[in-house]
Write a new protein. Structure first.
Length: 345
Protein backbone atom coordinates (compact mmCIF):
# COMPACT_ATOMS: atom_id res chain seq x y z
CA UNK A 1 0.00 0.00 0.00
CA UNK A 2 2.98 2.22 0.13
CA UNK A 3 6.20 3.03 -1.62
CA UNK A 4 8.60 5.72 -2.61
CA UNK A 5 9.65 7.13 -5.95
CA UNK A 6 12.51 5.87 -8.04
CA UNK A 7 13.40 6.27 -11.70
CA UNK A 8 13.96 2.95 -13.44
CA UNK A 9 12.71 3.64 -16.91
CA UNK A 10 10.11 5.34 -19.01
CA UNK A 11 9.56 9.08 -19.16
CA UNK A 12 9.74 9.65 -15.45
CA UNK A 13 11.59 12.25 -13.48
CA UNK A 14 14.66 11.35 -11.47
CA UNK A 15 12.47 10.91 -8.41
CA UNK A 16 9.72 8.57 -9.64
CA UNK A 17 9.11 5.34 -11.45
CA UNK A 18 6.87 6.27 -14.33
CA UNK A 19 3.22 5.24 -13.93
CA UNK A 20 3.50 3.72 -10.43
CA UNK A 21 1.62 6.57 -8.78
CA UNK A 22 -1.04 6.24 -11.44
CA UNK A 23 -1.33 2.51 -10.83
CA UNK A 24 -1.55 3.13 -7.09
CA UNK A 25 -4.35 5.60 -7.72
CA UNK A 26 -6.27 3.09 -9.85
CA UNK A 27 -5.71 0.43 -7.20
CA UNK A 28 -7.02 2.49 -4.31
CA UNK A 29 -10.03 3.47 -6.44
CA UNK A 30 -10.80 -0.25 -6.89
CA UNK A 31 -10.57 -0.78 -3.12
CA UNK A 32 -12.74 2.26 -2.38
CA UNK A 33 -15.39 1.21 -4.87
CA UNK A 34 -15.48 -2.31 -3.48
CA UNK A 35 -15.99 -1.00 0.04
CA UNK A 36 -18.50 1.65 -1.03
CA UNK A 37 -20.78 -0.99 -2.49
CA UNK A 38 -23.14 -2.06 0.24
CA UNK A 39 -22.88 1.15 2.24
CA UNK A 40 -26.08 3.04 2.94
CA UNK A 41 -27.20 5.14 -0.03
CA UNK A 42 -24.72 3.77 -2.58
CA UNK A 43 -26.35 2.71 -5.88
CA UNK A 44 -26.86 -1.05 -6.04
CA UNK A 45 -27.31 -2.62 -9.44
CA UNK A 46 -25.68 -5.23 -11.64
CA UNK A 47 -23.03 -2.81 -12.90
CA UNK A 48 -21.94 -1.51 -9.49
CA UNK A 49 -21.99 -5.04 -8.08
CA UNK A 50 -19.65 -6.22 -10.86
CA UNK A 51 -17.32 -3.26 -10.32
CA UNK A 52 -17.23 -3.98 -6.60
CA UNK A 53 -15.51 -7.29 -7.37
CA UNK A 54 -12.33 -5.36 -8.21
CA UNK A 55 -11.44 -4.49 -4.61
CA UNK A 56 -9.18 -7.52 -4.17
CA UNK A 57 -7.59 -6.91 -7.57
CA UNK A 58 -6.60 -3.46 -6.31
CA UNK A 59 -4.80 -5.10 -3.39
CA UNK A 60 -3.05 -7.57 -5.72
CA UNK A 61 -1.77 -4.69 -7.83
CA UNK A 62 -0.40 -3.05 -4.68
CA UNK A 63 1.41 -6.30 -3.81
CA UNK A 64 3.05 -6.60 -7.23
CA UNK A 65 4.09 -2.94 -7.09
CA UNK A 66 5.60 -3.46 -3.62
CA UNK A 67 7.62 -6.47 -4.73
CA UNK A 68 8.87 -4.62 -7.78
CA UNK A 69 9.67 -1.34 -6.04
CA UNK A 70 11.32 -2.71 -2.91
CA UNK A 71 13.44 -5.16 -4.90
CA UNK A 72 14.49 -2.40 -7.31
CA UNK A 73 15.56 -0.21 -4.40
CA UNK A 74 17.58 -3.01 -2.83
CA UNK A 75 19.22 -3.98 -6.13
CA UNK A 76 20.24 -0.39 -6.80
CA UNK A 77 21.73 -0.10 -3.33
CA UNK A 78 23.66 -3.33 -3.80
CA UNK A 79 24.93 -2.18 -7.20
CA UNK A 80 26.11 1.20 -5.92
CA UNK A 81 27.55 0.13 -2.54
CA UNK A 82 28.18 -3.60 -2.88
CA UNK A 83 25.88 -4.35 0.06
CA UNK A 84 22.37 -3.97 1.45
CA UNK A 85 22.10 -1.87 4.60
CA UNK A 86 19.40 -3.59 6.64
CA UNK A 87 19.35 -0.89 9.30
CA UNK A 88 18.78 1.82 6.69
CA UNK A 89 16.08 -0.23 4.98
CA UNK A 90 14.14 -0.93 8.18
CA UNK A 91 14.53 2.69 9.28
CA UNK A 92 13.00 3.89 6.01
CA UNK A 93 10.12 1.42 6.29
CA UNK A 94 9.54 2.36 9.92
CA UNK A 95 9.17 6.08 9.17
CA UNK A 96 7.10 5.29 6.07
CA UNK A 97 4.64 2.76 7.51
CA UNK A 98 4.45 2.81 11.31
CA UNK A 99 3.35 6.38 12.20
CA UNK A 100 0.26 6.56 9.97
CA UNK A 101 -0.79 2.96 10.73
CA UNK A 102 -0.29 3.24 14.50
CA UNK A 103 -2.10 6.57 14.51
CA UNK A 104 -5.13 5.04 12.78
CA UNK A 105 -5.16 1.95 15.02
CA UNK A 106 -4.85 4.05 18.17
CA UNK A 107 -7.65 6.41 17.15
CA UNK A 108 -9.90 3.42 16.45
CA UNK A 109 -8.91 1.87 19.79
CA UNK A 110 -9.92 5.04 21.65
CA UNK A 111 -13.08 5.84 19.69
CA UNK A 112 -14.53 2.40 18.97
CA UNK A 113 -12.62 -0.18 21.05
CA UNK A 114 -12.88 -2.76 18.27
CA UNK A 115 -10.78 -5.54 19.78
CA UNK A 116 -8.06 -7.48 17.93
CA UNK A 117 -5.66 -4.62 18.71
CA UNK A 118 -2.76 -6.98 19.39
CA UNK A 119 -3.19 -8.46 15.92
CA UNK A 120 -3.23 -4.99 14.40
CA UNK A 121 -0.25 -3.53 16.24
CA UNK A 122 1.91 -6.57 15.50
CA UNK A 123 0.99 -6.77 11.79
CA UNK A 124 -0.53 -10.23 12.10
CA UNK A 125 -4.06 -9.31 11.04
CA UNK A 126 -3.82 -11.49 7.94
CA UNK A 127 -4.10 -14.53 10.26
CA UNK A 128 -6.96 -13.19 12.40
CA UNK A 129 -9.72 -14.87 10.39
CA UNK A 130 -13.32 -13.83 9.80
CA UNK A 131 -13.89 -12.71 13.39
CA UNK A 132 -11.80 -9.57 13.05
CA UNK A 133 -13.67 -6.26 13.32
CA UNK A 134 -14.48 -4.23 10.23
CA UNK A 135 -12.56 -1.17 11.46
CA UNK A 136 -9.28 -3.13 11.53
CA UNK A 137 -10.04 -5.90 9.07
CA UNK A 138 -8.44 -4.21 6.09
CA UNK A 139 -5.06 -4.26 7.85
CA UNK A 140 -4.62 -7.85 6.69
CA UNK A 141 -3.02 -6.53 3.50
CA UNK A 142 -0.71 -4.17 5.38
CA UNK A 143 0.38 -7.07 7.59
CA UNK A 144 1.23 -9.07 4.44
CA UNK A 145 3.41 -6.22 3.20
CA UNK A 146 5.12 -5.77 6.57
CA UNK A 147 5.96 -9.47 6.76
CA UNK A 148 7.37 -9.20 3.25
CA UNK A 149 9.49 -6.20 4.30
CA UNK A 150 10.82 -8.19 7.24
CA UNK A 151 11.93 -11.32 5.40
CA UNK A 152 12.75 -10.27 1.84
CA UNK A 153 15.86 -8.11 2.49
CA UNK A 154 17.25 -10.88 4.69
CA UNK A 155 16.61 -13.42 1.95
CA UNK A 156 18.34 -11.21 -0.61
CA UNK A 157 21.40 -10.79 1.58
CA UNK A 158 21.59 -14.52 2.35
CA UNK A 159 21.04 -15.79 -1.19
CA UNK A 160 21.90 -12.81 -3.36
CA UNK A 161 23.62 -14.88 -6.04
CA UNK A 162 20.51 -17.10 -6.24
CA UNK A 163 17.95 -14.34 -5.78
CA UNK A 164 15.86 -15.22 -8.84
CA UNK A 165 15.77 -18.89 -7.80
CA UNK A 166 14.52 -17.89 -4.36
CA UNK A 167 11.77 -15.71 -5.84
CA UNK A 168 10.74 -18.49 -8.25
CA UNK A 169 10.59 -20.95 -5.34
CA UNK A 170 8.35 -18.57 -3.39
CA UNK A 171 6.13 -18.14 -6.43
CA UNK A 172 5.79 -21.90 -6.95
CA UNK A 173 5.23 -22.66 -3.27
CA UNK A 174 2.35 -20.21 -2.87
CA UNK A 175 -0.22 -22.67 -4.37
CA UNK A 176 1.06 -25.32 -1.99
CA UNK A 177 0.54 -22.90 0.90
CA UNK A 178 -3.00 -22.17 -0.27
CA UNK A 179 -3.77 -25.88 -0.42
CA UNK A 180 -2.26 -26.59 3.01
CA UNK A 181 -4.10 -23.70 4.67
CA UNK A 182 -7.39 -24.84 3.15
CA UNK A 183 -6.90 -28.45 4.20
CA UNK A 184 -6.26 -27.34 7.80
CA UNK A 185 -9.46 -25.32 7.91
CA UNK A 186 -7.89 -21.88 7.41
CA UNK A 187 -10.03 -20.76 4.50
CA UNK A 188 -8.96 -17.12 4.05
CA UNK A 189 -6.37 -18.27 1.52
CA UNK A 190 -6.47 -15.00 -0.39
CA UNK A 191 -5.10 -13.18 2.68
CA UNK A 192 -2.39 -15.24 4.43
CA UNK A 193 1.12 -14.02 3.65
CA UNK A 194 2.52 -17.38 2.40
CA UNK A 195 -0.62 -17.96 0.30
CA UNK A 196 -0.41 -14.59 -1.51
CA UNK A 197 3.39 -14.43 -1.71
CA UNK A 198 3.25 -15.19 -5.45
CA UNK A 199 1.90 -11.65 -6.02
CA UNK A 200 4.91 -10.16 -4.24
CA UNK A 201 7.29 -12.62 -5.92
CA UNK A 202 5.99 -11.64 -9.37
CA UNK A 203 7.01 -8.04 -8.67
CA UNK A 204 10.40 -9.17 -7.38
CA UNK A 205 11.03 -11.24 -10.50
CA UNK A 206 10.12 -8.29 -12.72
CA UNK A 207 12.72 -6.21 -10.89
CA UNK A 208 15.33 -8.94 -11.44
CA UNK A 209 14.53 -9.45 -15.12
CA UNK A 210 13.42 -6.00 -16.23
CA UNK A 211 16.46 -5.45 -18.45
CA UNK A 212 15.87 -8.76 -20.23
CA UNK A 213 12.16 -8.05 -20.55
CA UNK A 214 12.97 -4.59 -21.89
CA UNK A 215 15.34 -6.12 -24.43
CA UNK A 216 13.14 -8.99 -25.60
CA UNK A 217 9.65 -7.88 -24.67
CA UNK A 218 9.39 -4.42 -26.18
CA UNK A 219 6.35 -5.71 -28.07
CA UNK A 220 4.48 -5.68 -24.75
CA UNK A 221 4.36 -1.88 -24.95
CA UNK A 222 2.59 -1.86 -28.33
CA UNK A 223 -0.78 -0.12 -27.93
CA UNK A 224 -2.75 -3.19 -29.01
CA UNK A 225 -0.81 -5.56 -26.74
CA UNK A 226 -0.98 -3.08 -23.86
CA UNK A 227 -4.76 -2.86 -24.29
CA UNK A 228 -5.09 -6.65 -24.35
CA UNK A 229 -2.97 -6.89 -21.20
CA UNK A 230 -5.19 -4.34 -19.51
CA UNK A 231 -8.29 -6.29 -20.49
CA UNK A 232 -6.71 -9.50 -19.17
CA UNK A 233 -5.96 -7.82 -15.84
CA UNK A 234 -9.56 -6.56 -15.65
CA UNK A 235 -10.74 -10.15 -16.19
CA UNK A 236 -8.81 -11.44 -13.15
CA UNK A 237 -11.70 -11.18 -10.63
CA UNK A 238 -13.72 -13.51 -12.85
CA UNK A 239 -10.87 -15.76 -13.94
CA UNK A 240 -11.13 -18.45 -11.26
CA UNK A 241 -14.79 -19.43 -10.77
CA UNK A 242 -13.80 -22.58 -8.88
CA UNK A 243 -11.74 -22.75 -5.72
CA UNK A 244 -9.41 -25.45 -7.07
CA UNK A 245 -8.56 -23.27 -10.05
CA UNK A 246 -7.60 -20.39 -7.76
CA UNK A 247 -5.55 -22.59 -5.43
CA UNK A 248 -3.53 -24.13 -8.28
CA UNK A 249 -3.43 -21.37 -10.89
CA UNK A 250 -3.93 -18.16 -8.91
CA UNK A 251 -0.33 -17.23 -9.77
CA UNK A 252 -1.44 -16.42 -13.32
CA UNK A 253 -3.01 -13.20 -12.02
CA UNK A 254 0.17 -11.58 -10.62
CA UNK A 255 2.08 -12.55 -13.78
CA UNK A 256 -0.46 -10.65 -15.86
CA UNK A 257 -0.28 -7.71 -13.46
CA UNK A 258 3.53 -7.70 -13.60
CA UNK A 259 3.52 -7.68 -17.41
CA UNK A 260 1.00 -4.85 -17.44
CA UNK A 261 3.10 -2.98 -14.85
CA UNK A 262 6.18 -3.33 -17.05
CA UNK A 263 4.35 -2.05 -20.11
CA UNK A 264 2.86 0.84 -18.14
CA UNK A 265 6.28 1.85 -16.78
CA UNK A 266 7.88 1.70 -20.21
CA UNK A 267 5.07 3.53 -21.98
CA UNK A 268 4.69 6.21 -19.27
CA UNK A 269 1.35 7.30 -20.76
CA UNK A 270 -0.13 10.62 -19.75
CA UNK A 271 -3.25 9.09 -18.22
CA UNK A 272 -1.09 7.42 -15.55
CA UNK A 273 1.36 10.30 -15.25
CA UNK A 274 -0.32 13.57 -14.40
CA UNK A 275 -0.83 15.70 -11.32
CA UNK A 276 -4.09 14.04 -10.34
CA UNK A 277 -2.55 10.58 -10.50
CA UNK A 278 0.56 11.71 -8.62
CA UNK A 279 -1.61 13.18 -5.88
CA UNK A 280 -3.73 10.03 -5.71
CA UNK A 281 -0.65 7.85 -5.47
CA UNK A 282 0.81 9.97 -2.68
CA UNK A 283 -2.48 9.86 -0.78
CA UNK A 284 -3.16 6.16 -1.41
CA UNK A 285 -1.65 4.85 1.84
CA UNK A 286 -3.58 7.21 4.10
CA UNK A 287 -6.70 6.68 1.99
CA UNK A 288 -6.30 2.92 2.39
CA UNK A 289 -6.05 3.29 6.16
CA UNK A 290 -8.91 5.71 6.78
CA UNK A 291 -11.54 4.63 4.25
CA UNK A 292 -12.37 1.65 6.44
CA UNK A 293 -13.78 3.84 9.21
CA UNK A 294 -16.32 5.50 6.90
CA UNK A 295 -17.05 2.95 4.15
CA UNK A 296 -18.68 0.65 6.67
CA UNK A 297 -21.56 -1.35 5.24
CA UNK A 298 -22.36 -2.77 8.68
CA UNK A 299 -23.25 0.61 10.20
CA UNK A 300 -26.09 2.81 8.94
CA UNK A 301 -25.07 6.18 10.35
CA UNK A 302 -24.84 9.54 8.64
CA UNK A 303 -21.04 9.33 8.46
CA UNK A 304 -21.17 5.89 6.82
CA UNK A 305 -23.78 6.88 4.22
CA UNK A 306 -22.90 7.71 0.64
CA UNK A 307 -21.70 10.26 -0.48
CA UNK A 308 -20.86 11.77 2.92
CA UNK A 309 -18.79 8.72 3.83
CA UNK A 310 -16.59 9.12 0.75
CA UNK A 311 -16.00 12.82 1.43
CA UNK A 312 -15.14 12.11 5.06
CA UNK A 313 -12.78 9.30 4.03
CA UNK A 314 -10.86 11.65 1.72
CA UNK A 315 -10.80 14.38 4.38
CA UNK A 316 -9.43 11.97 7.00
CA UNK A 317 -6.88 10.62 4.51
CA UNK A 318 -5.69 14.13 3.64
CA UNK A 319 -5.43 15.02 7.32
CA UNK A 320 -3.45 11.88 8.07
CA UNK A 321 -1.14 12.50 5.12
CA UNK A 322 -0.31 16.11 5.97
CA UNK A 323 -0.35 15.84 9.77
CA UNK A 324 1.20 12.41 10.33
CA UNK A 325 2.57 10.70 7.23
CA UNK A 326 4.40 13.56 5.51
CA UNK A 327 6.05 15.01 8.67
CA UNK A 328 7.41 11.60 9.62
CA UNK A 329 8.74 11.09 6.11
CA UNK A 330 10.61 14.37 6.45
CA UNK A 331 11.86 13.31 9.88
CA UNK A 332 13.11 10.05 8.42
CA UNK A 333 14.91 11.95 5.65
CA UNK A 334 16.59 14.25 8.18
CA UNK A 335 17.60 11.24 10.27
CA UNK A 336 19.17 9.67 7.19
CA UNK A 337 21.08 12.87 6.40
CA UNK A 338 22.44 13.07 9.97
CA UNK A 339 23.53 9.41 9.80
CA UNK A 340 25.35 10.03 6.48
CA UNK A 341 27.00 13.14 7.93
CA UNK A 342 28.29 11.21 10.95
CA UNK A 343 29.71 8.51 8.70
CA UNK A 344 31.50 11.08 6.51
CA UNK A 345 33.08 12.96 9.41
Amino acid sequence: MSGSGLDVGGKSSSQRIASLDGLRTLSIVMVLFGHLWGTNGFPKNAVTEALAQYAHLGVQVFFVISGFLITTLLLREHKSTGRIDLYAFYRRRMFRIFPAAFFYITVMAIVARPGYLWWAYTYLMCYAGDGRPWLLGHLWSLSVEEQFYMVWPLALITWFSRRATVAIAVFLLAPVARLVFWQFGMHSIDEYFPAVADSLAAGCLLAFWIDKVRERGRWLTHPVVFTVLGMAVLAIPFMFPRLRLYILFGGVAPVLIALFLFAAVERADWFLNNRVMYAGGALSYSAYLWQQAFLNRNLHAWWTSFPVNLLLAFAAAAGSYFVVEKPFLKLGHRTKQRSVARVNT
